[in-house]
Ligand binder design. Structure first.
Ligand SMILES: NC(=O)c1ccc[n+]([C@@H]2O[C@H](COP(=O)([O-])OP(=O)(O)OC[C@H]3O[C@@H](n4cnc5c(N)ncnc54)[C@H](OP(=O)(O)O)[C@@H]3O)[C@@H](O)[C@H]2O)c1
Length: 339
């Protein structure tokens, strides 16, 4: 990266970015102006950004409101090369950061992203840009869900879509915190993979005995926190099998289907269904709690919260990257690279 005569990193007038021009429309790789950070904001020279299920939902047009055209990419990493003013933004200047876009702002699938300094976090020296680019969504969520289990004194947990990057983090964290975890996947290859990772309880939701096995093990282990990323019909199965007093946490809707819940189980068995979204959950927490959580996440990024990378692809191949990712989500993350 070159510098100008004042020693500042030179910033071009224009950059390459991936943009979508209408809900559900194609992704276009095009030249657009480099944004200028305002007070409290920074400009990040982007290095890497993963493709996550939330990106797919955003591109489909059924998650978070957007003004078109917009740049997708809900998290990434890079180096702060401009501050728009303010203490926090100034402190970030020249630093490697993990970053996420402002709620209605352009995202990370571009050479440069403007965002609030508050939406950046410093990357420790031992963490690569690639791992750092995936820090703010899944590792934070995995730690938050474990925190929820510990705060609620749940003796054991259930999680589905468990061959996901997040599911694998939960397996390692649950092992670390000695919380028994029942994992649900949807094929035998995933059962084998999770068993090889050391998971003790892995159920295949396509087995005919799935529901009765889930009922047996969850009662035996007294698992009263069910983490549900699939929802739809699977939520009904989970609620039928769950012990009395269970809380089912809907944290994604991978099936795309509406949830059907038998009110009898809520009324007579004191079960409850709640929603979880990381950003909303964090808003209920104080600054010290959040700083501690981020610190814990950073300390586990090269261990329990490590993310497997399936493939690296340049930004201009974003469309191809999405297809590849959809074909084999459990294989690991596809990372879009900007250099
Ligand atoms: N609420 C929040 O704040 C929050 C935060 C972070 C993540 N999440 C959610 O957590 C989930 C995991 O995220 P990730 O990035 O770790 O995912 P990922 O690594 O991309 O993997 C996605 C997983 O979902 C499975 N899957 C996809 N569609 C499914 C379906 N209809 N039924 C059952 N399994 C299905 C895939 O299995 P196959 O390989 O068999 O397709 C794969 O194992 C996502 O749904 C994401 O949106 C929510």
């Amino acid at each position: 990266m070159s510098s100008d005569r004042t020693g500042k990193t030179a910033v071009p007038e224009v950059m390459r970015a991936v943009r979508q021009h209408e809900p559900g429309g194609n992704l276009v790789y095009e030249t657009v102006p480099v944004p200028h950070p305002g007070p409290g904001e920074v400009l990040v020279r982007m290095q890497a950004s993963p493709v996550n299920p939330s990106d797919l939902a955003l591109i489909r047009g059924n998650y978070l409101a957007r003004t078109y055209p917009f740049v997708p990419g809900l998290e990434g990493s890079g180096t702060v090369i401009r501050s728009g003013g303010g203490l926090m933004a100034g402190l970030r200047l020249g630093k490697r950061v993990a970053c996420s876009p402002d709620p209605e702002g352009d995202g990370a699938w571009a050479e440069y992203m403007k965002t609030s300094a508050m939406r950046t976090t410093l990357l420790p020296g031992n963490i690569s840009h690639e791992q750092g680019s995936m820090m703010l969504i899944n590792p934070m969520t995995a730690m938050a869900l474990i925190e929820m289990a510990r705060a609620g004194n749940h003796r054991a947990l259930v999680n589905n879509a468990a061959a996901s990057a997040l599911g694998k983090m939960l397996i390692r964290l649950a092992g670390k915190y000695r919380i028994p975890l029942i994992n649900i996947v949807r094929n035998e290859k995933q059962v084998t993979e999770l068993r090889e990772m050391g998971a003790s309880h892995v159920l295949n939701s396509t087995d005919s005995s799935f529901e009765s096995e889930l009922q047996r093990i969850s009662h035996e282990l007294k698992a009263t926190l069910f983490l549900d990323a699939v929802t739809g019909e699977q939520s009904s199965q989970l609620l039928r099998a769950a012990p009395k007093g269970t809380t089912l946490v809907a944290y994604a809707r991978l099936s795309g289907d509406p949830m059907k819940v038998d009110p009898a189980s809520l009324i007579s068995e004191m079960k409850q269904v709640v929603g979880f979204q990381l950003g909303n959950w964090l808003q209920t927490k104080g600054i010290l709690f959040k700083l501690r959580l981020v610190g814990r996440v950073k300390s586990h990024l090269d261990g329990a919260l490590h993310t497997r990378i399936h493939k690296r692809m340049p930004l201009e191949k974003a469309e191809e990257a999405i297809l590849e990712y959809k074909n084999n989500m459990s294989a690991g993350k596809i990372i879009l690279t900007m250099e």
